[in-house]
Every structure is written in structure tokens, then in C-alpha cells.
Ligand binder design. Structure first.
Ligand code: HEM
Length: 408
């Protein structure tokens, strides 16, 4: 057994048993972050805080929510919104955070794409990030079922129908997923379980893994410079903090994060108090009715781009295109054949590729909300094909970049 001395303080007592000082050093005070980064590197921490807000507000909602098809709608729209003290506030925080978390994820993802933060050595950061994206998508979808409004019901119907795999008509799988022929009580209670227990557990686990994947490669920087972290850290510790290219996670980097977090909080609570409706579909304020289909069924804004990729094609081709959109981002570290870690605007054709992808995704998002008729159909098809074309072109243009020795 290790040798324990008489402790001189509570900290010393704990330190002898839990190696608190070593843990703090490894995870915080000697966890080195490049100095050459901007506010976009705060998104990860803001995402973690927003997830925290979702958990806390979710716990309060859970105290009054009723997972029963006869009670769910009223427990949200009457009990929580009008009778429970500050119930409306917790619901608005939860709804706005659920929507804003996707805005943050997209900014975080496109930042990583722009700066090449998914390349050699950082692939696992990207892959765990994409698993988080999938897990958050499932979390958002299952949460959307819970108020049991018209959109909950019909979006649940449409999405679970996808499990029949088009012309294969595997209706048995759809029924197995729903626990019934149509969305009903078994459907609601299993999505409730997923939303409040299984998926949050998975998300917490993957966030821990995502943080762990950052520890060895360290975060990237604005120039994609390959920093010798050991040498720069030694310089910092020797007192030459000015010339060192790195800073401590705690408190140097954290203090910057907290500043950006402060601005984010102003924006967030502005939405919570004045514009919470942007996160709520008006159709979902009508109770679920299996006998009346809404005129237009569309998902929340953050799923619109992939929904729009599904729409222009026929039954099977649409499903394949949709599947393609779901997995293709995951493969990015392997489809980009160039080793050049640099901002997109210094990578020639890749820069054009990056901005085209961003514009195509925004266009698909806008079109996904519009009715599938006339010119919108044509535009939808053009942008869906452009999305596919861009991903097919990626290995080619990055191979060309590699051959030309990169343009860093
Ligand atoms: C709730 C979800 C997430 C949390 C809490 C989170 C957290 C973080 C944190 C704290 C960092 C380090 C600081 C920073 O660069 O912001 C980071 C970096 C990173 N994350 Fe995430 N992240 C999440 C989702 C994602 C997603 C969806 C992706 C995309 C696939 C992703 C990819 C990355 C990459 C590539 C880096 C490295 C950035 C660099 O080296 O500069 N993350 N994440």
C-alpha cells in the first residue's frame, strides 16, 4: 500500500488519495493550447455549457411531464406552461437550447473543416464529433415526439417509415421500432426513455471521449502551424510566456472562453425571453391526430438540409441520397487526400469547395422549408446533386493539391 503521511489540510488529505494536483496539472494548468486561435475555438466549450443547460432544464421539465398519449400534450402545454411556477421559463430554455445547440454544432463543424482540424492525428476528434452529431440528432428527434402534438406525431410517422427501406418494404422493422402499427403509447414511452436516459448517457460518454481525443494531438490553430508543444511548454514554464506559442488551458484559455460565453449568453437569453417561438412549430400546438395529416410535414430547421436531399429523388434513390448525406461528413478525414493543414482560403480549389459546400447546405435548408412544387422542386434537385457532386469531387481536388505540393 502507498505510504500516507499525516495530512496538513483537507486538500493535502485528498491529494494523497486522489492525486488532485497531478490531475489538475494534466487536465488544466499544463494542458497547452496554442495562442494563435480566435473566438471560434470557444464553440466547443459553449456547446458543453449548452448541453449542461439542456440537462438542467430537462430535469425540471421531467418533474411534471407525463409520458402517456392521453396526458402528454396537456402536461406540456397547460401544466408546465401555465400552472407550474416558471415552468414556461424552463420549457423555453430547453426548446431554445435544443435549437441553438445545432447552430453551434454547425459552426463548430464548419470551423474544423475550414481550418483542416480533422487531418492526420486529429481524425478521432472528428469521428467522435460526428458521433456526437448523430447522437444529438437522435436526442432532438426523440424530444420532438414528447409534446405529442401534430408535428410530433406526423414527423414520427414519416421518419420511422424510413426504416422500411423503400421498395424492400420491411414493414416489420417499422412496427418493431414503433412497438405498434402506428405511433401510439408504446412509441411515446420508448422515445421518452431514449430521450431522458439512454441517449443522454451516450452523449455524456462520447463528450468525454471527444475531450480525450483532443489531449494528444492538441487543438489546431489559425495557421495550421505544427507546434512543438513540449518545447513551447518548456519555454512557458521557464518564464518566457511572451515568446511561447502556447498558453495554459486554465486560466489563460478559459478566461477567453468565458468572455465569448458571456456574449453567447446574452444572445441565448434574448432568444429565450423574446423569440422562443423560433424554436417551436405552430402546428405542434395542436394535439396529435392520426386522422388529419398536416398540409406540409417538415422537420426542425437543423434537419432541413438532409431532408431536402431526400425529397427531389424517387422512393429508393431518395433514401440512398439521404443515407449518403448522413454518413459522408464522417468520412471527411479520409476523403481529403491532402496533408496540407491550412485555412481553406490558402488551399486553392479547396477554398472554393468549402464555400460551395456551405452555400449548398444553406440553400438546401431554405428549400427544405418551402413546399415541394414548381421551381422549388427544380432548385432542390440542383442543390441536392451539387451536394453529392461536391463530395465526389473532394478526393480529386485534394489529390491535385497534394501533387502540386500544397499551397501553404
Ligand atoms: C456537444 C457536442 C460537442 C462538444 C461539447 C465539443 C467540444 C469540443 C471542445 C471543448 C473542443 C476544443 C475547443 C474547440 O476547438 O472548440 C473541440 C474541438 C473539436 N471538435 Fe468538438 N465538440 C462537440 C461536437 C463536435 C462535432 C459535431 C464535431 C464535428 C464532427 C466536432 C469536431 C471537433 C474538432 C475537429 C475539434 C478540434 C478543433 C481543433 O483542433 O482546432 N466536435 N470540441
Amino acid at each position: 500500500m502507498a505510504h500516507f503521511k499525516k495530512a496538513t489540510s483537507v486538500h493535502d488529505w485528498l491529494n494523497q488519495r486522489l492525486a488532485l494536483d497531478t490531475v489538475t496539472r494534466v487536465l488544466a494548468t499544463e494542458y497547452w493550447i496554442p495562442k494563435n486561435i480566435n473566438f471560434l475555438w470557444a464553440m466547443g466549450m459553449i456547446l458543453a455549457v449548452t448541453f449542461g443547460l439542456l440537462i438542467v432544464s430537462g430535469i425540471f421539465l421531467l418533474m411534471y411531464y407525463k409520458p402517456d398519449v392521453n396526458l402528454a400534450f396537456d402536461s406540456v402545454n397547460y401544466l408546465i406552461m401555465t400552472e407550474v411556477g416558471y415552468g414556461w421559463l424552463w420549457r423555453h430554455i430547453h426548446g431554445v437550447a435544443a435549437s441553438v445547440v445545432f447552430l453551434l454544432i454547425y459552426i463548430h463543424m464548419f470551423t474544423a473543416i475550414y481550418y483542416g482540424s480533422y487531418k492526420k492525428g486529429r481524425e478521432m476528434i472528428w469521428i467522435t464529433g460526428m458521433i456526437l452529431f448523430v447522437a444529438f440528432s437522435a436526442e432532438a428527434f426523440s424530444g420532438y415526439m414528447l409534446p405529442w402534438g401534430q408535428m410530433s406525431y406526423w414527423a414520427g410517422m414519416v421518419i420511422t417509415n424510413l426504416f422500411s427501406l423503400g421498395s424492400l418494404e420491411l414493414n416489420g422493422i417499422v412496427e418493431w421500432v414503433r412497438g405498434d402499427y402506428i405511433p401510439g403509447d408504446a412509441f411515446l414511452t420508448r422515445f421518452f426513455m431514449l430521450h431522458v436516459l439512454l441517449l443522454p448517457l451516450v452523449i455524456i460518454g462520447v463528450i468525454v471521449l471527444h475531450f480525450a481525443t483532443l489531449r494528444i494531438p492538441h487543438v489546431n490553430n489559425q495557421d495550421g502551424e505544427e507546434i512543438d508543444f513540449d518545447a513551447e511548454a518548456a519555454k512557458y514554464l521557464a518564464g518566457d510566456t511572451k515568446n511561447s506559442k502556447v498558453m495554459r488551458f486554465q486560466s489563460d484559455f478559459l478566461s477567453k472562453d468565458v468572455l465569448v460565453l458571456g456574449f453567447f449568453m446574452i444572445f441565448f437569453f434574448y432568444l429565450v425571453f423574446y423569440h422562443f417561438n423560433f424554436a417551436m412549430d405552430p402546428v405542434n400546438f395542436d394535439p396529435a391526430n392520426g386522422l388529419s395529416t398536416p398540409a406540409h410535414i417538415y422537420p426542425e430547421w437543423y434537419f432541413l438540409w438532409s431532408y431536402e436531399i431526400l425529397r427531389p429523388f424517387g422512393k429508393d434513390a431518395g433514401l440512398i441520397a439521404f443515407g449518403f448525406a448522413q454518413v459522408i461528413f464522417m468520412l471527411l478525414p479520409f476523403l481529403d487526400r491532402s496533408d496540407n493543414v491550412a485555412p481553406a482560403n490558402r488551399r486553392g480549389l479547396f477554398g472554393l469547395w468549402f464555400w460551395s459546400l456551405l452555400i449548398v447546405c444553406i440553400a438546401l435548408t431554405i428549400l427544405g422549408k418551402l413546399p415541394p412544387e414548381g421551381i422549388y422542386n427544380t432548385l432542390g434537385a440542383i442543390f441536392a446533386w451539387s451536394f453529392i457532386g461536391l463530395w465526389v469531387a473532394l478526393p480529386v481536388i485534394t489529390m491535385m493539391e497534394k501533387k502540386s505540393g500544397g499551397n501553404k
